[in-house]
Design a protein around this ligand. Sequence first.
Ligand code: GDP
Ligand code: MG
Length: 216
Amino acid sequence: MCAFLSTHGKKIKDMASESSKERTFVIIKPDGVQRSLIGEVIKRFERVGLKLVGLRFEVPEAGKIEEHYTLDPKWKENVGTKAIESYKKKGQQPPSEDPIEIGNLVVERLKKYMTSGPVVLMAWQGAHSVELIRKLVGGTEPRSSDVGTIRGDYVLDSYMMADTDDRAIRNLIHASGSVEEATQELALWFGEEELVNYKLVQEGILYDVNLDGILE
Ligand code: GDP
Ligand code: MG
């Protein structure tokens, strides 16, 4: 029984320590900085138990923004297709029927938006960090994102307003959509030496199998 428990315990421990290393990439976009939401965003990620492992403040270069949004070669086409559908759903004529052309237009709008002021670049680590941060951030369009999420609680923009004014939707934050995307984006924005490996005291209560060392 004891042997089973210890073997079983070890497996869980290995799994937990592996999961706790998952990393994701976040940008507090220029509107997030201008709305004085840096502290609020960091607080929400900290209080769920995630660990900040990289942080930089800068005005991004347009070329870097283009690289960021085209890391996935399919992204332009996917966004273009989605945008065309959303124009049609609103009864509007899209500026083009070609998804790539619309994708290019979206990238141009994003370059203007993302280089308009300083942003906060962050790397966060912890179990399910990619999924948890996406959940806390909420859906892409603030108008329809859930109450309680950052985009749902702190801003009001819509595709309708953004498309009408020919600009990017102002949704405060970028967060990686998958572990693969996170790996690519972290490599694009951070040098290996900028990401810090360290232990947080609270990780004991989050991940330790035995919870030993608490009682005196
Ligand atoms: P995210 O991962 O939730 O940020 O969303 P995506 O990766 O799908 O899109 C990134 C950015 O592209 C968004 O923040 C928007 O600025 C833009 N975008 C995405 N989908 C659409 C769309 O359907 N219409 C328009 N106009 N812009 C979009
Ligand atoms: Mg995305």
